[in-house]
Design a protein around this ligand. Structure first.
Ligand code: PGA
Length: 243
């Protein structure tokens, strides 16, 4: 069976540390194969401690963002080195909520990716069009993001997540055939333009009910899951089906 990646983005959830601990313990019980969990920054020390205590060797920690450099006068920012101390091996970069709620530019996203790659942490770069439109119009947007965010980065320690923004939210319509086509296009573009072959995930309202329509496509290397990752029944079901 194809080895797939599944990454759970908790976003700004759950609302207290006790619930974060319970969710992590639950995920740890079901992770018979490697999974990636991205809790909010403040829970990283807690889950990192639990990971050691529970010997959760199949859980890899991700952060939901990171800044550039190692230290300095950057209020509110966290460096790759700080994350690494808590065992973080992946960082989500350029998520649509960072781009459009926090106004992050492609220039900043590029700097974050380079800094993380140089540090040895794998960025999970999110790309995707905001509005549902034709494949050609969507590809133009995605290609522009890839060009600007990666520039001429030729490093293989990278994961791409194709997340059409219109499908993010947990309960939005998804279009598997559009996404598979886009994922194939991203892969061939990265190979021809940058000579790199990296995993490309799908993200956007993935849940246990709709996952089957994506699983039939070998082109999809895995999934970035938001809302469903906070519900225990969804979490266990997705882990069982995807990996
Ligand atoms: P969703 O979020 O699964 O809630 O749509 C996915 C994401 O934003 O990465």
């Amino acid at each position: 069976m194809k080895k797939r990646i599944i990454a759970f983005n908790w976003k700004m959830n759950p609302s207290d540390a006790k619930s974060a601990s319970a969710l992590f313990r639950f995920a740890s019980k079901y992770a018979k194969q490697p999974i990636i969990v991205a809790p909010p920054f403040v829970y990283l020390p807690l889950v990192s401690g639990l990971k050691s205590k529970l010997h959760s060797k199949n859980i890899f920690l991700a952060a939901q963002d990171a800044f550039v450099g190692s230290s300095g006068a950057f209020t509110g920012a966290i460096s790759p080195a700080m994350l690494s101390e808590f065992g973080v091996s992946y960082v989500i970069v350029g998520h649509s909520e960072r781009r459009y709620v926090f106004g992050e530019s492609d220039q900043l996203i590029h700097a974050k990716i380079s800094g993380l790659q140089d540090f040895g942490i794998t960025p999970i770069l999110c790309v995707g069009e905001r509005k549902k439109s034709s494949f050609e119009a969507s590809w133009k947007i995605v290609k522009n993001q890839l060009d600007k965010d990666l520039k001429h980065a030729k490093k293989n320690n990278l994961i791409i997540a194709y997340e059409p923004v219109w499908s993010i939210g947990g309960n939005k319509p998804t279009d598997a055939s559009h996404s598979v086509r886009m994922i194939s296009k991203i892969k061939s573009f990265l190979h021809t333009a940058y000579s790199i072959r990296v995993p490309v995930l799908y993200g956007g309202s993935v849940n246990c009910k709709n996952i089957d329509k994506f699983l039939q496509y070998n082109e999809i290397d895995g999934y970035l899951v938001g809302s469903a990752s906070l519900k225990k029944d969804q979490l266990s079901c997705l882990i069982n089906k995807v990996i």
